[in-house]
Every structure is written in structure tokens, then in C-alpha cells.
Design a protein around this ligand. Sequence first.
Ligand SMILES: NC(=O)CCC(=O)C(=O)O
Length: 257
Amino acid sequence: MKCAIYQMEIIPGNPDENIAKIRKWISALDESIEIVVLPEMWNTSYVLDELNELADEDGTREIRVLQEMAKVHHVHIVGGSIAVKSHGRIFNRSVVIDHDGEIVHQYDKVHLVPMLDEPKYLTAGNHIQTFTLDEIKMGVIICYDLRFPEISRKLALEGIEVLFVVAEWPASRIDAFNKLLYARAIENQVYVIACNNVGYCREEKFGGQSKVINPLGTLVETLETAEATLKVSVDLDYSKEVKSSIPVMNSRRPELY
Ligand SMILES: NC(=O)CCC(=O)C(=O)O
């Protein structure tokens, strides 16, 4: 699976310019790329007090663009997440679109971040599910979700081979981001494909370091702290190989914990 990750510098509070950036970035990718990954809240960043005006109903404006790009460029899109309005409430919603332009998955962030005031402005989701692309089961979690091993374990127990982590993780806590990514890969024996943003939103600086970690916990490749694209090829059979050589899931004792 050939993957491109967009470590994007998101323009705070400007969905139109961010949509234009996404269009330009996807259009410039070479044709061999099969799946692209975007960061969390790429349409607005963390201008939470402006989302009532900025967020589109059900994210229709952004989703239409992603569907068009997916079809035209024949790529699956793990669309990071976008701020959307739905029935008067705001959600931090991840949308996955296949290369035919069909929506295959939507997920509303279930763990809202107190340190970024999310509980004050956003409504949490209540559902955690896997999705399938090219017959491979995958899962996506959003940023702060990474701190809660239960959500990744639930997805792993349902058979995912790849865990996408879409993030706007601050630079001040980037060591925790990196360590948690390794932990989730090792304990669940899955590829972790993490897409963080860079730049600022108001006073907050975001830390980048988007990366891919294999199911054994080895770094495949990482970015640093500038806007950039990470292109990697992922051998999905490796997850099955690791699962059979170290049978962690079979060694579990769920009756004890
Ligand atoms: N956008 C986020 O969810 C940030 C999470 C964070 O800052 C942390 O867990 O620390």
C-alpha cells in the first residue's frame, strides 16, 4: 500500500484556503499513491469559538471536495478530521472516502480534550468502528484518543491491520505523542500511520513528527517539524506475520482484567 501523509500547516479559521491547499497537494501527488492521510481539523484548526460560523452542515463542503479528489485521482482518502455542524452541535469528525468517491466511514472523536477546551465547544461521538479498504480492515482515531489504549485495543480485537492517528498535537507534548504511537503499534501489532500538523493556531504551536511505525514497533519513516509530505510503502502482510510469531491476542487473559 503506497501511502502519502500530509503534515500540513493549517490556516486557522479559513476553510476555503485550507480546501485549496488540500486540492493542490492531492493534485501534485504521483499516480502510484493509493491512500492519502490528512491531519485533524484541517478545515479550521482550533478556532473553536468561531466554529458556529465556520463549520459547514455535516461537513458537506469539505466532503464533496474530498469525494471529487478521490475519484479524479483514484486514491483512498483518510480525510483527517473536519469540524462539522450537525443538528446545531459541532463535532470533530473523521471521514474516510474510497477511490470511487464513496464515504466508507465516519467517526466523531469520542475523547474531547480539556486542555484545548473541546468539551466547551464540541459534542463527543459515541461509536467506534472499523472500516475496510481494498479488503484490509483499518481503524482511525483522533489525536487525544491516542491516550486511551482501550479504543485502539477494541479496533485491534475487531481485526484491524492499520491504525490511522490523525492529530493536531501540540509541540509542547510531542514526546508523549511519539511514545504513545509506538505503544499502540507494539501492543496491537498493527501499522500506525500518524498524521500531525505544524504551525500555529493562536498561541498554540503544533509539533509535526508525523510517522509510520510497523507492527513490531520499528520506525518506518518520520517527518520533522516543517510542512512536508511523507510517502511510504507499507507491507500489510507483515502485520499478519508479527501476529502469528508473537501471539499477543491469544495470550490475553480478559477474564482477569
Ligand atoms: N487535538 C488533540 O486531541 C490534542 C491532544 C493533546 O494535546 C494531548 O493529548 O496532549
